[in-house]
Design a protein around this ligand. Structure first.
Ligand code: DON
Length: 350
């Protein structure tokens, strides 16, 4: 920890006096070619925040009644680097429901228990090209489950979590999310009640999966646990830290705990690339080039492997169910910082 802090201080100092990493290397100081430059990250994120703060595009999700009531002007941005630098702007203490972003972490937990090959066989990783809650996709896709990040595949992934009863499975999931976030997380009861009262569609998906033998526990129990996991509250900092844990090979940068197996990280990031923004994932890969995950609560987290993560919360969504403002901020920041993974310059090549 101490060494890391010293290293960052050194890097910050070098940046201020205009000495580049190559000069530092010549003096025998090990500086990662992909290390985030704190001042640059902060100024670009601030620029993005100011540029998009008055954007009013999109509208709150309303198929879950609670979400329609959330103040649509809320706007928070948090960046957490792999060496645990935190930078925040706006409404960063507001606890919003994690919604579909939870799917990423239940996937990680399922792989922890069963291994990635087993999870891949039972769920798959193909994008659907359809809405996140599509019934047609379940019928059409050869795997039926499609991938762990659409509702059907996510409910099936939740059904893979072991435990002697529903309570034990749910506690295991909640505890795991807390370790990824670096602090205990809690259910937002009102969101859970609102969603549980209106989730006939997810129950239908689960029963359809049962017909194809692609759900691995009681379908309604699985939907209930899934609904709870979607109702977990996070603020932008906690969400950014969850992303930074993935950027940091599964080690939480704040607690130092290896929470997610390092060998599972590439599978998780690959799934996020294929389906993290549902039927906008192709747009996202083309324009941004970072694995990310959205939720209808208004959050999006994007992961820059080795560097860190950015989480943005803004409730207004586009047609695909992705926060409009969050997409704009992340796209701007990723472009300005050359973070697109498919760009050779993202790994320091000129
Ligand atoms: O099951 C649902 O419909 C919600 N709990 C989650 C959907 C979601 O977040 C889709 N995201 N963009």
């Amino acid at each position: 920890m101490k060494a890391k802090r010293n290293w960052m201080a050194l890097l910050a100092g070098l940046t201020m006096i205009g000495v580049w990493p190559s000069a530092a290397l010549a003096q025998g100081v090990a500086v990662s070619p992909v290390a985030p430059r704190r001042e640059l990250v902060e100024s670009v994120v601030r620029e993005a925040y100011d540029r998009f703060r008055s954007d009013t595009g999109g509208k709150n999700a309303d198929y879950i009644p609670y979400l329609a009531q959330v103040d649509s002007k809320l706007f928070g941005v948090a960046v957490v680097s792999t060496d645990n630098h935190v930078f925040t702007l706006g409404d960063i203490n507001y606890s919003f429901s994690i919604q579909s972003i939870s799917k990423v972490f239940t996937l990680a937990l399922a792989m922890e228990g069963l291994g990635p090959d087993n999870v891949f066989q039972r769920i798959g990783s193909e994008p659907t090209g359809r809405a996140f809650n599509s019934v047609v996709a379940v019928v059409d896709m050869p795997t039926h489950t499609a991938n762990p990040l659409v509702n059907a595949g996510a409910i099936a992934t939740t059904s893979l979590i072991s435990g002697k009863n529903e309570k034990e499975k749910w506690n295991k999931i909640l505890d795991f999310y807390g370790r990824v976030a670096g602090e205990k997380l809690a259910l937002i009861e009102e969101v859970y009640r609102s969603e549980a009262a209106t989730n006939a569609g997810n129950k239908a998906l689960a029963m359809l999966l049962a017909k194809y033998e692609r759900i691995y526990a009681d379908p309604f129990e699985s939907v209930d646990i899934y609904t709870r996991q979607c109702s977990v509250g996070v603020n932008a900092i906690q969400l950014a830290r969850m992303g930074a844990t993935m950027a940091n090979n599964g080690v939480n940068p704040a607690t130092g705990e290896q929470v997610i197996k390092r060998e599972d990280i590439p599978y998780i990031l690959a799934s996020m690339t294929m389906a993290g923004l549902y039927d906008s994932s192709g747009y996202w890969a083309w324009h941004v080039g970072l694995p990310a995950k959205s939720g209808v609560g208004g959050g999006i987290v994007a992961v820059a492997p080795g560097k860190g993560a950015i989480a943005v919360f803004a409730p207004r969504l586009d047609e695909a169910g992705n926060s409009v403002k969050a997409q704009k901020v992340i796209e701007y920041v990723a472009r300005k910082l050359n973070y697109n993974l498919y760009s050779p310059s993202s790994v320091g090549l000129k």
